[in-house]
Design a protein around this ligand. Structure first.
Ligand SMILES: Cc1cc2nc3c(=O)[nH]c(=O)nc-3n(C[C@H](O)[C@H](O)[C@H](O)COP(=O)(O)O)c2cc1C
Length: 333
């Protein structure tokens, strides 16, 4: 069925197809004909009980407008955002490209979003009772030296409504954002965030775990020193990985020269390698959410074996539809 829908959707420009499919989903969900039943297979991570280990990755529902519709796919958790303190338009279009041959996407959306206040309103309106991650970022016109201010705004506003909060320091589409992944910048940012988390915990009498989302474009040494800082600062979870700026795996294909982050199949092995490396440094002390090019049960298995406890998908959904959740959970064999 999705095969046919995809044929039609792929006739549209990618961003139009994105909005059309989400609007359609919302409608179908209201009519009650979307439910995908997934057996309950609870797993405890970050002190939270996840009903299964497959989640929706950030960026598909940036404003939290489709939470109920997406929940009908049977995800174990949903991550909304990235959202910034103030609304922003993102980069000019076109900014989303399909590399159909390799079931991949290049995007340079640039955190287009309606701002955190709007997102929180959507969360309040939704009926979803499951695990909700809120992914926060900085506005493009906030200097990277002041990025912490934006993250603290996001943290404060998201805290009462999130099951966990993701600090996104790995989008390739916000200039200099990825510099926050290294050295003293990273340590200082995490110190401030952990301090604020402690004070919010007192205020709300509830501990909301903090996850950090990293890029796949890291050297072995960078991974080692980041892992040391994550352990030292006692972050609650790592999300690995975001999209890659490498075009190594898609040489010669249409759109490869478009600037932005590449996701989908060409990212699978790179992100699994990053998960494995972090996992070796963490020795079980920090859980990992594995994301990047999961499009089969084997891909999912590889990431779990590399050290991930939970998984997320985005691009695979665009190419395969909601059935991918069942495929990953091996429910059809
Ligand atoms: C169009 C698009 C927009 C994205 N936007 C975000 C975002 O706002 N925040 C974020 O943390 N990740 C974002 N991502 C990255 C995904 O969450 C995910 O980490 C990445 O695409 C790798 O997973 P995949 O290969 O399953 O898509 C985006 C990905 C795509 C394709």
């Amino acid at each position: 069925m999705y095969h046919l829908i995809r044929k039609l959707l792929f006739l549209l420009p990618p961003e139009t197809a994105h909005h059309a499919s989400l609007t359609g989903l919302k409608l179908l969900n209201k009519l009650g004909i979307l439910q995908q039943k997934i057996p309950y297979h609870p797993i405890s991570v970050m002190g939270l009980a996840f009903p299964n280990h497959v989640g929706l990755a950030a960026g598909l529902d940036k404003n939290g407008e489709y939470i109920d519709a997406l929940a009908s796919f049977g995800f174990g958790f949903i991550e909304v955002g990235t959202v910034t303190p103030r609304p922003q338009l993102g980069n000019p279009s076109p900014r989303l490209f399909r590399l159909v041959e390799s079931e991949a996407i290049i995007n340079r959306m640039g955190f287009n979003n309606k701002g955190i206040d709007y997102l929180i309103e959507q969360v309040k309106k939704s009926n979803y009772q499951g695990i909700l991650g809120i992914n926060i970022g900085k506005n493009f016109d906030t200097a990277v030296e002041n990025a912490v201010d934006d993250y603290l705004i996001g943290l404060n506003k998201a805290y009462p409504y999130a099951s966990y909060i993701t600090i996104n320091i790995s989008s390739p589409n916000t200039p200099n954002l990825r510099t926050l992944q290294y050295g003293e910048e990273l340590r200082d940012l995490l110190k401030s965030i952990k301090k604020e988390q402690a004070s919010l915990q007192q205020q709300y009498h509830r501990y909301v775990p903090i996850a950090i989302k990293v890029a796949p474009d890291l050297t072995d040494n960078e991974i080692k020193s980041m892992a040391d800082i994550f352990l030292e600062q006692k972050i609650d979870c790592l999300i690995a990985t975001n999209t890659t700026i490498s075009r190594e795996a898609v040489k010669g294909q249409q759109y490869v020269n478009e600037i932005g982050g590449l996701s989908g199949k060409p990212l699978t092995q790179v992100s699994t390698k990053v998960i494995r490396q972090f996992s070796q440094h963490f020795t079980g002390q920090i859980p990992i959410i594995g994301v990047g090019g999961i499009s089969s049960q084997q891909d999912a298995q590889d990431k779990l074996e590399a050290g991930a406890s939970l998984l997320q998908i985005y691009t695979g959904l665009v190419y395969q539809g909601k059935h991918l959740v069942r495929t990953i959970l091996n429910l059809d064999s």
